[in-house]
Design a protein around this ligand. Structure first.
Ligand SMILES: [Cu+2]
Length: 373
């Protein structure tokens, strides 16, 4: 109903404006062209100043209203993201100065130099000095910003520092899978024809020999851990994301860390950064007990795009080790009979599950290595 009234009000206003314009036209005919021309010039000049003042008030009001709702005023949650923030502020200040200078001059000139009977416009066809100044100054400023931006870009997308943890991020319609290399620190090989979600092989890890595909099982896959929906990061530990997509182009959007990178099918991309605060610390900083870091798909990728979100939990190293020890490698989820913790019921209690799994993994590796020989 309110929608109907809004539309109706809009049309009524248009009709009123149209009628006023028509009436003014008839008045000018009665008064004579010359007289009405001078008058409308004056009115327009004053309106320009009114528009300038109202416009600037609007800019201020809009900023005041929306600033508290802005995403993540508390600043970058990653060390490298601070550079993005810095770049953003420099851009905002530079364009802000240009915006205010040009807008104020534009409207002021329209008012100040409106038509006067005995004033003639000064003919000013060309000036080399001015041309050089207004070409070179923006060129130099933009060049500095581009170089600064590129330096940051090459940092995030370049080699991660030694000791960085690696996580493989795979996007698909509509969700995210995170793979951790497991105990051996190596991501096992995968092949798209091995993708079989019904049998827990969401990423197509090469678990078994396949004569038709001419491939042998890769033992490095046996301890790989796949977690969907949540990514665990460690505070102050650089993390390198190895990014993939299984269908269309997605985008790993990390607004709190000031990072994003496309997930392109067939072309792995990467990105690294260092989280600064744990999720718990961020909850205290923001005063929001429900604060969560998120990974949101930043590329319109289909009708479920809106729901393509994952949660990121930044924890301490100790907490991370506990979380990871509880995870079962994807291989054992697909083949429970190969999981030694299932074969030895005595060792399957909670406290001994982790070391049991480690031994089992080593055994699985040895068997696989033998099988390959
Ligand atoms: Cu997507």
């Amino acid at each position: 109903m309110s929608m109907f009234f809004t539309v109706a009000a809009f049309f009524l206003i248009v009709i009123v404006i149209f009628q006023i314009a028509k009436a003014t036209e008839y008045v000018s005919v009665l008064k004579g062209e010359e007289q009405s021309f001078k008058q409308s010039n004056k009115v327009n000049g004053v309106l320009m100043i009114v528009f300038l003042i109202l416009g600037l008030i609007g800019v201020y009001w809009c900023n005041k209203l929306l600033y508290p709702r802005m995403t993540f005023r508390e600043g970058s949650a990653s060390i490298e993201g601070e550079q993005v923030d810095k770049l953003f502020w420099i851009t905002l200040i530079l364009t802000g100065i240009v915006f205010f200078a040009t807008q104020i001059l534009l409207f002021w000139f329209a008012f100040r130099y409106q038509y006067k009977e005995n004033r003639k416009a000064f003919y000013f066809p060309h000036n080399n000095t001015m041309e050089i100044i207004w070409t070179s100054v923006p060129t130099i400023v933009l060049l500095i910003m581009i170089v600064y931006g590129l330096r940051s870009w090459f940092l995030f997308t370049g080699d991660a520092p030694k000791g960085a943890m690696q996580i493989e991020v795979t996007g698909h319609q509509f969700g995210w899978e995170f793979r951790y290399p497991g105990e051996d620190g190596v991501f096992g090989k995968k092949y798209f024809k091995d993708i079989d979600p019904a049998n827990s092989n969401t990423l197509g890890l090469i678990w078994q020999d396949n004569a038709a595909l001419k491939q042998k099982a890769d033992p490095a896959t046996f301890d790989d851990i796949i977690i969907s929906g949540t990514m665990y990061l460690v505070k102050n530990k650089p993390v390198e994301l190895l990014i993939n997509s299984q269908d269309v182009i997605h985008d790993v959007g990390l607004p709190q860390f000031r990072m994003k990178m496309d997930a392109v099918p067939g072309t792995p991309t990467r990105l690294w950064f260092t989280p600064k605060y744990t999720t718990e610390e961020m909850r205290k900083i923001t005063g929001n007990p429900h604060y969560t870091y998120e990974l949101a798909c930043d590329q319109l990728c289909g009708n479920g795009h809106y729901s393509m979100r994952a949660v990121i939990e930044v924890v301490t190293q100790q907490e991370y080790d506990v979380i990871m020890a509880k995870q079962k490698p994807a291989y054992f989820r697909a083949f429970p009979d190969k999981d030694p913790s299932n074969q030895q019921p005595a060792a399957a209690t909670d406290s001994t599950a982790a070391p049991g799994a480690a031994t089992a993994l080593r055994a699985a590796h040895d068997t696989a290595a033998l099988a390959l020989r």
